[in-house]
Design a protein around this ligand. Sequence first.
Ligand code: NAD
Length: 290
Amino acid sequence: MAVNALPLSAVVAVIGAGAMGAGIAQVAAVAGHPVRLLDNRPGAAQQAIEGIRAQLGKLADKGKMTAEAARAAGERLQAAENLAQLADAGLVVEAIVENLEVKRALFRDLEAVVGGHCIFGTNTSSISVTAIGAGLQNAGRLAGLHFFNPAPLMALVEVVSGLATDAAVAETLFATAAAWGKTPVHAKSTPGFIVNRVARPFYAEGLRLLHEGAADCATIDAVVREAGGFRMGPFELMDMIGHDVNFAVTRSVWNAFFNDQRFLPSLIQQELVDAGFLGRKTGRGFYSYA
Ligand code: NAD
């Protein structure tokens, strides 16, 4: 099926201006779309836009893009204050908290605001796309559009089809991700999709080793890097992802497999979440970033 990418004139709305939403907004703006960024924390979207502009400026300084392209991409970004300001979007990418009910409620509210042609992409790491779409009048318009952290650098994008996703919607998202310079793959909505499914043992075995007192985080990370050839060990990577996000993904995969012990969440990570030691974003996780 030959399906075209979203035209560059189409407005891309990104909801959630955290680590992922900001990265996705940057990718869409650099590709040439007008982008609107919305967050329910006052000032967060504007702050993220300023961060993206600074990031684009650094890329221009390093010669990775022209100063003119960086400036133009920065100008295509606009903060939105409410859903009504996303009414003309051709694509909405959701990158809010990893919680089914909150995502469902957002898409339901969104459906009342946008036009019938608008496509919905969720950046969920692990929640069933089928379940997120189930509350919609037109569940066919929603698919997973799963970027990896940091979105501007990581090429892979999983285009995830739920049971009700229209094939044409998945193909449009696939073509759009490719047009944005990414390497998309199609996946069905199974728990964790592809990457977060195969990555579960990477974190879980590292956490079990730590729990058993086999070695400390730095040693385990170093071994995985040196001997395994990975760019990061499990503890460095969890700190980068954020323990709130990573723990939510683990719980969601565990629940989805009816509490299969293979996916059992770790009490060590639960403690970090309870303490608010969420990794790099709070300055402390397994490591300290002060
Ligand atoms: P984050 O905590 O950095 O950002 C989430 C943002 O969403 C926050 O700014 C928050 O204020 C905002 N938000 C929450 N609820 C909202 C709502 N109802 N309306 C508007 N804004 C709202 O989280 P993140 O790491 O960017 O993750 C976002 C999503 O992307 C999650 O679904 C996560 O599972 C997924 N994801 C994360 C990673 C990662 O490595 N961090 C990778 C891939 C996918």
